[in-house]
Ligand binder design. Structure first.
Ligand code: SAH
Length: 332
């Protein structure tokens, strides 16, 4: 099977899939909203600002894709409610995992979130979509060049019956994808096209924005970034199918070009550190420390981890895709 089908099965198989059966956030890997509440709070204020910039529409959805434990939505909406009482904000979630959906329902019960299937219902009202560490788990196809032709990388069984990565004998029509000059390997997430199509359709009816935060590169994507993690340690991508998290780096340059081609208004990618600093994360951190002196060090360390270029501040990028013609959002 292509690497993308392997990734999809490992993550989403209803019986054995990693996300479908094993909520591993906080055990196998840790994410920004789980590191500091300030992360979700800043994004909540960002969303509030952009809702106001849209003219404070009465019907409006704050949508999150891949909401994990629901922590970020909880933090975002707490900040929104403190600022404006939450008026106008309907909360919606797109989540593939039944285990996480159950956790989100419980955590966010007072917000009465609606659960969107495959995004069908975005676009009924102006919306802001936010997703953290969601793009990186969309399956990737991988190609390598051999003897002048491109072939797709596949996962199968070797002579011993163990999982192994091989190369499909059929020639791939990979050149249909944009190829870097001289590259001999290539990785692509086909779902980025689908995502841009969905946003384009929605933005042809209503205004809105979609903000994505994830690790990846702005230009010059490497040809193979597939990695697996279990209990905070990197393991081989074939070692623990279904019980390790599988992930790739997001090719933000490609996402930007796809969105520009579709006529969307694109801002970023920018680095997470400067983005959060620009939104005033330091002031929020100091206010939180003043109100919780006993937790000063923990709060400081958490925020530092998010913004420090040596930690998450540079490797994580933020990109905003907006309805055609919308001006730059705050933070870009
Ligand atoms: N945003 C959260 C969780 C990140 S983990 C955080 O920052 O903590 C990735 C999340 O995306 C999980 O909730 C996972 O179940 C969900 N997910 C993965 N693939 C998805 C898909 N194709 N559609 C919807 N949700 C998906």
């Amino acid at each position: 099977m292509p690497v993308s089908a392997y990734m999809n099965a490992c993550l989403h198989d209803p019986e054995h899939g990693y996300y479908a059966t094993r909520p591993g956030i906080g055990r196998d890997f840790i994410t920004a909203p789980e590191i500091s509440q300030v992360f979700g709070e800043m994004l909540g204020l960002w969303a509030l600002h952009e809702w106001q910039a849209l003219g404070s529409p009465e019907r409006f959805s704050l949508v999150e894709a891949g909401a994990g434990r629901g922590t970020m939505m909880d933090d975002m909406m707490r900040a929104v409610r403190q600022a404006n009482g939450g008026q106008g904000f309907d909360v919606a979630i797109n989540e593939a995992s039944p285990v996480y959906s159950a956790a989100q329902k419980e955590r966010l019960s007072d917000l009465h979130p609606s659960f969107l299937g495959a995004f069908q219902s975005i676009g009924e009202a102006p919306f802001i979509l936010i997703a953290n560490e969601w793009l990186d788990c969309l399956p990737a196809r991988q190609f390598v060049q051999s003897d002048g032709d491109w072939h797709e990388k596949v996962v199968g069984l070797d002579d011993q019956g163990d999982l192994a990565i091989g190369i499909a004998t059929d020639k791939a029509n990979a050149p249909a994808f944009e190829m870097r000059d001289g590259a001999t390997s290539f990785e692509v997430q086909p779902a980025l096209e689908t995502l841009v199509d969905v946003l384009k359709d929605a933005f042809s009816v209503v205004p809105g924005r979609a903000l994505f935060i994830d690790y990846g590169v702005s230009e010059g994507a490497p040809g193979d970034t597939l990695r697996a993690f279990q209990r905070g340690l990197q393991v081989g991508p074939l070692a623990l199918p279904g019980s390790s998290d599988l992930t790739v780096d997001v090719d933000f340059g490609r996402l930007r070009r796809l969105a520009e081609k579709a006529g969307l208004s694109v801002h970023g990618p920018v680095e997470q550190g400067p983005f959060l600093m620009g939104l005033g994360v330091e002031a929020r951190m100091h206010a939180l420390i003043r109100a919780n002196q006993g937790r000063a060090e923990e709060i400081y360390k958490g925020v530092t981890r998010l913004v420090d270029p040596a930690e998450m501040g540079r490797r994580f990028k933020v990109i905003c895709l907006s309805a055609p013609g919308l001006a730059a959002p705050v933070g870009f």
